[in-house]
Design a protein around this ligand. Structure first.
Ligand SMILES: [Zn+2]
Length: 328
């Protein structure tokens, strides 16, 4: 989700006493990131390549797995079977929901209040999601020694829950919270318990309403509920500038994680993309690096994706069905 590189913001922008010009700069940053986020969301990935014959694709990917050291790269298509909606799918929530930007978490108190109220509700539903067959079959492939590792764009933690050991969550995961003022970090379960204690009866009052929950754990709730919501502060410094440890629009992938991705890529013999159109640059770049190195790329996805034209095997299939074929 790192479509733009954020400009390092001077600390003065953090205070509510910031001068008018500083706040205009912050608003310009927010507006620019919004524009970039919307461009990314609107990006239609067109069909650029002819899919491989399914039998040829299955044989080809099976051979890549036999050769070993396959780097698996997964996206939202892996988790839809666990009830987690796909932002970009046909009924994708990005059609009517734009996720928070990093700049909003930093500078926009109103947006942050809205996010945490909605997320308090949405995260409980995300937290109930369980791994599906695709997650378990990928864990099996790792246990059989076929994989160099697994990189996921998903922030739901379901690969680890299914037993995959070497998982690199490219965009972080929702299980940790970070303080944007002091850097302290807290588990989501602990934060959730504190929020619940600060908002007695809140969830019961909401229970009668219908909710749409989005992949970043955000839910659509009424303005009144957002106003009533009481956010809690950082355990270390009291700041309410808290953000899930997830890479949001306008935020780069942390350098150490980029390095880990590069090392995994260097070690791997081939790339297997599952359930992703690679619409986001940080994941598309992984495929570009494999193409540049002359290593085979296989794509298993139901819709078109950005790496299709570079794929050795382009397999149009349901990810779970394909994994069954590959592992039987
Ligand atoms: Zn703090």
């Amino acid at each position: 989700m790192n479509q733009t590189q954020p400009r390092p913001a001077p600390n003065t922008l953090d205070t509510r006493f910031a001068g008018a010009s500083a706040s205009i700069t912050a608003h310009a940053d927010i507006a620019a990131t919004h524009a970039a986020a919307l461009r990314s969301i609107d990006r239609v990935v067109a069909e650029t390549a002819h899919p491989t014959d399914p039998q040829v694709a299955a044989d080809g990917v099976r051979q890549l797995l036999r050769d070993g050291q396959v780097l698996a790269l997964t996206g939202a298509g892996i988790s839809t079977g666990s009830g987690i909606p796909d932002y970009r799918g046909p009924a994708g929530s990005l059609r009517n929901h734009r996720p928070m930007t990093y700049q909003e978490f930093r500078f926009d108190e109103v947006a942050r209040q809205r996010y945490w109220a909605r997320s308090f509700v949405g995260w409980r539903q995300m937290n109930r999601a369980r791994p599906n067959t695709a997650h378990y079959l990928l864990a099996d492939l790792e246990a059989q020694g076929r994989l160099a590792g697994l990189i996921t764009q998903n922030v739901d933690g379901l690969h680890a829950a299914a037993g995959s050991r070497n998982v690199l969550p490219l965009h972080g995961d929702l299980s940790r919270i970070e303080c944007l003022d002091c850097g302290a970090d807290e588990g989501r379960i602990s934060l959730d318990a504190r929020i619940e204690a600060a908002n007695p009866g809140y969830l019961e009052r909401l229970a009668s309403t219908t909710l749409q929950v989005n992949p970043d754990g955000d839910a659509d709730i009424d303005a009144g509920f957002i106003q009533d919501f009481q956010m809690v502060g950082c355990l270390a410094c009291g700041s309410t500038k808290l953000k899930p440890a997830v890479v949001y629009f306008g935020e780069p992938v942390p350098p150490a994680r980029k390095q880990a991705v590069k090392e995994l890529g260097d070690r791997a013999r081939s790339l297997l993309v599952l359930g992703s159109s690679l619409a986001v640059m940080s994941s598309y770049k992984i495929a570009l690096d494999f193409a540049r190195a002359g290593k085979p790329i296989a794509v298993i996805n139901q819709g078109p994706g950005r790496a299709d034209a570079r794929a050795t095997y382009l397999w149009r299939a349901d990810v779970t069905d394909a994994l069954f074929v590959l592992t039987r």
